[in-house]
Design a protein around this ligand. Structure first.
Ligand code: PLP
Length: 385
């Protein structure tokens, strides 16, 4: 068994070797600029980009022409939220989002607030889910945009997008979703989600870093660009296309599309075994977020009676994220766990496990055994002082 064991697949994933293999010729032999219309180098690159666009679109049940390539989900979220806000500002200036969103949504909303929009940030239930009645009550005649993520990056909970979509559609409100953690992991079909704008990224689904996409439902909203130039991506996002990364994203989407159901079931079994093993060995274990509506490869737990920093230091051969948002100096508890109402000390003593394509059963057994040993040891030390 190779150590450290990587269980931080929500932070990023390695590129699948099949993805890298598909990319390689586009660095060298097929290096053309897809905007070169006059020769075969350009045509080859352009064909590759359009094939990848079709692969990415197929993964989410979309038409290829509604998928725009960006540098990742952060940029997609910026284009979507800032673009929709500007495009719809004549109709209203009220925006609704949720406290557990990714910083690339929350900070963008804060920026919009500074530019004269009114932003309501909804709380979540103890489960991590939004209360739809509360959301409906927050909507106003001048609400133009609602942004709710598909799956949370820390606790993996899945928001009820289909119902949110129905609520938004009934009022003519644009629904944006950051689906970075969901797409490629659980079935996601834009013909069912009721979303207007969907952001996602390749490096969370075994593709390369620095490439993502935005799905824009046709005839929904006319997004103005943030970056001007050569008019690539039909004017929405100028700049020479990153052809190797786009090819890799396409291949990653194709693999996910083929393997998602089976792989999801395999990971859910491993994740459930991890939870069962930890519960059996460690008293005072708390699960953060509902297990009922959740990504199959996520587990987030807190340990009573241990100190967060000592815990992360002790689990040195398992790569996971902790519930401490490490800025400068002292650790602060994760805002997402705090939003669920988790006690600050418990939030600091929490671990996010993200399983993935190369997670093996023997690794899960090792993690159960190691976590039990570490937590028991830390509690003994604490009891002795
Ligand atoms: C990783 C992630 C992002 C950022 O994606 P990048 O492609 O790294 O910019 C945004 N939202 C969520 C939910 C994420 O997990």
């Amino acid at each position: 068994m190779k150590r450290p064991i990587y269980l931080d697949y929500h932070a990023t994933t390695p590129a699948d070797p099949r993805v890298v293999e598909a990319m390689l010729p586009y660095f060298t032999e097929h290096f053309g600029n897809p905007a070169s219309r006059a020769h075969a180098f350009g045509w080859v690159a352009r064909d590759a980009v359009e094939a990848a666009r079709a692969q990415v679109a197929a993964l989410i049940g979309a038409a290829a022409r509604d998928v725009y390539f960006t540098s990742g989900a952060t940029e997609s979220n910026n284009i979507a939220l800032r673009g929709a806000a500007r495009a719809l500002s004549a109709r209203g200036r009220h925006i609704v989002t949720v406290v557990t969103e990714h910083p690339s949504v929350l900070e963008t909303c804060r920026h919009l607030q500074d530019s004269g929009f009114v932003v309501d940030v909804l709380p979540v239930e103890r489960s991590g889910l939004v209360d739809l009645a509360r959301l409906e009550a927050t909507l106003r005649p001048d609400t133009i945009l609602v942004s709710v993520m598909a799956a949370n990056n820390e606790i993996g909970v899945l928001q009820p997008l289909d119902r949110l979509g129905a609520i938004a559609a009934a009022r003519g409100i644009v629904l944006h979703t950051d689906a970075s953690q969901a797409i490629g992991k659980v079935p996601f079909d834009v013909s069912r989600t009721g979303t207007t704008l969907v952001s996602f990224t390749a490096h969370k689904m075994f593709g390369p870093k620095g490439i993502g996409a935005l799905h824009v439902r046709r005839r929904s909203v006319e997004l103005p660009p943030l970056v001007f130039g050569g008019g690539q991506e039909r004017g929405l996002r100028s700049g020479t296309l990153n052809v190797p990364a786009i090819v890799g994203f396409g291949r990653a989407a194709e693999i996910a599309h083929q393997e998602l159901v089976q792989e999801g079931a395999r990971l859910a079994r491993l994740r459930d075994r991890l939870l069962e093993g930890l519960l059996a060995a460690i008293p005072g274990l708390h699960v953060n977020g509902t297990m009922a509506e959740r990504l199959p490869h996520n587990l987030n737990v807190s340990f009573e009676g241990v100190e967060g920093e000592a815990l992360t230091t002790a689990i040195d051969d398992i790569a996971v994220s902790s519930g401490a948002a490490c800025g400068t100096g002292t650790a602060t508890p994760s805002p997402i766990l705090r939003a669920l109402g988790v006690d600050p000390e418990l939030a600091l003593a929490s671990v996010r496990f993200g399983l993935g394509r190369w997670t093996a059963a023997e690794e899960i057994e090792y993690v159960i055994e190691k976590m039990s040993r570490v937590v028991a040891g830390l509690r003994r030390v604490r009891a002795a002082v």
